[in-house]
Design a protein around this ligand. Structure first.
Ligand SMILES: NC(=O)c1ccc[n+]([C@@H]2O[C@H](COP(=O)([O-])OP(=O)(O)OC[C@H]3O[C@@H](n4cnc5c(N)ncnc54)[C@H](OP(=O)(O)O)[C@@H]3O)[C@@H](O)[C@H]2O)c1
Length: 262
């Protein structure tokens, strides 16, 4: 992947762009238009899921963009109700996305029966070994659930995608992921933020950007992957325009403190 955007290394030689485009609730033509606008605005990492019901539109937008597959990073996710049908599920995702592999395949939520977690993880690893996914990981897992997978298989999930934002910042949770070599990927950065918070507003004014852009840049400066979603062209562009400024150490600390654990 030849990118002028910051990336984080995953296991093997896979590099994951720290900024991605979220697509939950972006379905049908609106989803197609949003992904096409995102690729046009410079995003090279798209986050979808079987559950979002938009893989076909994501695939269509990618094809229409004319970008090379090797310059894109595509994530999709296995829904919990597909336990036992993992291979069939990724094959359906690949067909809908019109690609022969995804860059990252995640277990969307821990299976409802805890006994299923390790067999599902083994299926994820098998799909990776069959080159259907370049890397595999989890979403909405606790650290102890991650440790169970590592203990059983000696294979560490490349990524854990969880809810994250300044107000949810938890230094220990971040460190626990880092210590295990699991990349932390945050979701719902805006839905869990108060964009009128005085700290975010003050820092935004200092850099002549918006509080939303400060939230995104804060993730990136922590090397946490962030995947904002929007179907609004101006916001899609503004959310990608976060590489022309960076936050000072003091500003980072002030934003960390919004999580109450700093
Ligand atoms: N693994 C999981 O279980 C899980 C769960 C939730 C989400 N996710 C992933 O994470 C992605 C992002 O999370 P999310 O969609 O929940 O929420 P989000 O990205 O935090 O917020 C999206 C909302 O914020 C609005 N918005 C976008 N840019 C904005 C800006 N610059 N200023 C103000 N508002 C803005 C959007 O409106 P418009 O669209 O109307 O512009 C939309 O209503 C999802 O799309 C999905 O890919 C994963």
């Amino acid at each position: 992947m030849d990118l002028d955007q910051p990336t984080v290394p995953l296991t093997g030689d896979v590099r994951m762009p720290l900024l991605g485009f979220g697509t939950w609730q972006a379905t049908g033509n609106a989803g197609y238009d949003a992904v096409l606008a995102a690729l046009d605005a410079g995003y090279r990492h798209i986050d979808t899921a079987t559950m979002y019901g938009n893989e076909k539109e994501v695939g269509r937008a990618i094809a229409e963009s004319g970008l090379r597959r090797e310059d894109l990073f595509i994530t999709t996710k296995l829904p919990p109700d597909r336990v036992g049908r993992e291979r069939q599920t990724i094959e359906a995702s690949l067909a809908a996305l019109d690609t022969d592999h995804v860059d990252l395949w995640l277990i969307h939520w821990p299976p409802s029966s805890p006994g299923d977690s390790i067999p599902v993880w083994r299926e994820m690893l098998a799909a990776r070994d069959a080159n259907l996914a370049r890397a595999v990981g989890v979403s909405n897992y606790s650290i102890s659930q991650i440790d169970e997978l590592i203990q059983a298989t000696e294979e560490t999930p490349a990524v854990n995608q969880i809810r994250w934002s300044p107000s949810l910042y938890d230094r220990q949770v971040h460190a626990a992921h880092r210590d295990r070599g699991v990349v932390l990927e945050g979701y719902s950065p805006f839905k869990t933020s108060d964009l009128s918070d005085p700290v975010l507003v003050r820092i935004a004014q200092a850099h002549d950007v918006s509080p939303a852009q400060v939230v995104l840049r804060w993730h990136i400066d922590h090397e946490i992957v962030v995947i904002p979603k929007s179907v609004t062209p101006d916001r899609i562009r503004a959310n990608a325009d976060v590489f022309r400024f960076s936050l000072t150490a003091e500003e980072m600390r002030d934003i960390d403190a919004l999580g109450g654990s700093a």
